[in-house]
Design a protein around this ligand. Structure first.
Ligand code: NAP
Ligand code: ZN
Length: 351
């Protein structure tokens, strides 16, 4: 079950993803073996494949929005049984000892959490491979339950796009009476709109794409601002308590900071490198404003988010694709031509 696993990998930054067979570790006593049904396509997969962050080790099998069924469990596994519908997100391990891990914030593990792909297994030193594949082996501590009532296809992107937008909204206590802006209507952005609305905030989409207005309202936006329209941006000065910025490339934060009100915070989730052009300190001083960042969420919070989605009827808007379509999907992602997350049906690997 763990040998000759079929998947798709990129062999170089400029290579197309192509079929790739590999071996996963034999399940340990605390491991769950999962037959993957669906895997979402995150913009981070594209960044990693193209080596945008300079740390990709090839071949890389991307995919960290994984939903599947438990096929087998190790002798020490308590929480899962064969047949359970489960998820694996961006992390498959962490030190378990540091203050971040003790706080249930494994994504901020002081020794570095183990990424689901392009990571290194802290026990055997082998590379980790992600969800663009038939099966995965993960410690039960990093496996979450997909609650009854969630469709496994639309639940897959919750494992990254969902938790990455949910966690900062919770941390900064978004709720009724607050004005929230979400910048960028892609995978993370569309979940940001839905969550902020479900939490009771007044929600604005800030987009560079004028054609997205109607869709944004359907997804939960009360207002839409076109970022390229200087007049609209100027009229929004001092408006927002909180901005969730999901733009995947380097961009000027200053126009967004001017739309924050007193004590407002802009949270970056895109790993965009140095902020360029620089943020002017007056932008922060005048209004006691903050620029912060946020990285996915811990495992307990990921389960909380899934349960929240089941209770509130929050789902992702997905476009299903076959594994063979992944290269075309990446090109569309680069053009922001996705409504709003591609999800791979892994049954296509058997075609
Ligand atoms: P996505 O689906 O491609 O959406 C990004 C959206 O940003 C686009 O739909 C577009 O929306 C806007 N955008 C794109 N290029 C832009 C540009 N040059 N200038 C201004 N706006 C632009 O990407 P995603 O999967 O949501 O991921 C967003 C970012 O978050 C990526 O960098 C990803 O790596 C990162 N990420 C971070 C974490 C974390 O833990 N922090 C987790 C997952 C992903 P409009 O057309 O509406 O403007
Ligand atoms: Zn992701």
């Amino acid at each position: 079950m763990t040998k000759n696993i079929r998947g798709y990998a990129a062999a170089a930054p400029d290579a197309q993803l192509a079929p790739f067979q590999f071996t996963r570790r034999e399940p340990r006593p605390d491991d769950v073996l999962i037959e993957i049904l669906y895997c979402g396509v995150c913009h981070s997969d594209l960044h990693q494949v193209r080596n945008d962050w300079g740390n990709t080790r090839y071949p890389v099998v991307p995919g960290h929005e994984i939903v599947g069924r438990v096929a087998a469990v190790g002798a020490a596994v308590k929480g899962f049984r064969p047949g359970d519908l489960v998820g694996v997100g961006c992390l498959v391990d962490s030190c378990g000892q540091c203050s971040s891990c003790a706080a249930g914030e494994e994504q901020y593990c002081l020794q570095g959490a183990t990424a689901t792909y392009n990571g290194t297994d802290r026990h055997d030193g082998l590379p980790t491979y992600g969800g663009y594949s038939e099966r995965i082996v993960a410690s039960e501590k990093f496996v979450v339950r997909i609650p009854a009532g969630l469709d496994p296809k639309t639940a897959a992107p919750l494992l990254c796009a969902g938790i990455t937008s949910y966690s900062p909204l919770r941390h900064w206590k978004v709720g009724p009476g607050m004005k929230v802006a979400v910048v960028g209507l892609g995978g993370l952005g569309h979940m940001g709109l839905k969550f902020a609305k479900a939490m009771g905030a007044e929600v604005t989409l800030v987009t560079r794409s004028p054609g997205k207005e109607q869709e944004a309202r359907r997804l939960g936006a009360d207002h839409v601002l076109i970022s390229a329209d200087g007049q609209q941006m100027a009229a929004a000065a001092g408006r927002f308590d909180f901005i969730l910025d999901t733009v995947p490339t380097r961009h000027d934060l200053n126009p967004y900071l001017s739309t924050l009100r007193l004590n407002g915070t802009l949270v970056l989730v895109g790993l965009i490198g140095p902020v360029d052009p620089p943020v002017h300190s007056a932008m922060l001083l005048l209004g006691r404003k903050a620029v912060a960042g946020s990285c996915i969420g811990g495992i307990a919070e990921t389960q909380e988010m899934l349960d929240f989605c089941a209770a509130q009827g929050v789902t992702c808007d997905v476009e299903m694709i076959a594994m063979q379509d992944i290269n075309a999907a990446y090109e569309r992602l680069l053009k922001s031509d996705v409504r709003y997350r591609f999800v791979i049906d892994l049954a296509s690997l058997k075609d």
